[in-house]
Design a protein around this ligand. Sequence first.
Ligand SMILES: Nc1ncnc2c1ncn2[C@@H]1O[C@H](COP(=O)(O)OP(=O)(O)OP(=O)(O)O)[C@@H](O)[C@H]1O
Ligand SMILES: [Mg+2]
Length: 293
Amino acid sequence: MENIKSSASNLAVDAAPNGDVISGAGSHLTSGLGHLVRANEIDVSHGPILYLEDVNVSFDGFKALKSLSLSIDVGELRCVIGPNGAGKTTMMDVITGKTRAQSGKVFLGQTMDLRRMDEPTIARAGIGRKFQKPTVFEQHPVWENLELAMKSDKRWFAALRAKLDAAAQARIEEVLSTIRLEDSAYRLAGELSHGQKQRLEIGMLLMQQPQLLLLDEPAAGITDDETMELARLLNSLRGRCSMMVVEHDMDFVAALSGEKGKVTVMAEGSVLAEGTLDQVKRDERVIESYLGR
Ligand SMILES: Nc1ncnc2c1ncn2[C@@H]1O[C@H](COP(=O)(O)OP(=O)(O)OP(=O)(O)O)[C@@H](O)[C@H]1O
Ligand SMILES: [Mg+2]
């Protein structure tokens, strides 16, 4: 898969999830497994881009995550479902460094220990996150929202300080087309429908070229047509980045996971079941705790 580099700096690089010790210094590190990993690149040589093992989070004694283990392969689009309070958002908070896990392993690829990285460093390492509520700059045109998103990416900053050069312009146009908002490029973001704002916010994340996108209930509160348009967008991102989508809308989940995609069901802070959507829908424990009879 292409596009597996990231531009992170000051990343903690030591023990890999499988216990291998990464040694070496400078721009190349030897993983001890016979392949070279450049510092700041996500090492997905073993498959997983995200690896959680035995993760625990307590809030004043209440266990929001209980021995949570889960792994997502590079290129995967993983849907996560589960009842309210299952810990889905808390899991995303732990991955992005917003909440600290008390114990467990949280790795990006083989080598990046996310528990040792702060929020901005994790974002720079290639994790983009979309919260439920769209956060766009309402008073600015759509294309300017994309430009502003690019400005926070230091790889583009030098170019933008001078002028919006051809490469940056091309990138904005490409993303506008991906999110299907070409016709709205000059409209104020505040005038967009809720579903269009959701797509714009995903576009803003794409400007940063994330390796892993985390989306928390992106289809909440949008119309059925917009929900299917959003599913089309996320499906079109396959191959460009890996994704984790938390969602309650089962039609949306079906449109994303297809017949073969893996779906994770969380309940009470851990993984209750994992399998295709059909498999988990038939699981007695899932019916009991989430889907109902
Ligand atoms: N900062 C916090 N302080 C105390 N309790 C918290 C905090 N964050 C989450 N919790 C609790 O942890 C549990 C898990 O919450 P979380 O938001 O992760 O669930 P969720 O699966 O995302 O639910 P939903 O589907 O409703 O969004 C809940 O009981 C919640 O009240
Ligand atoms: Mg939540």
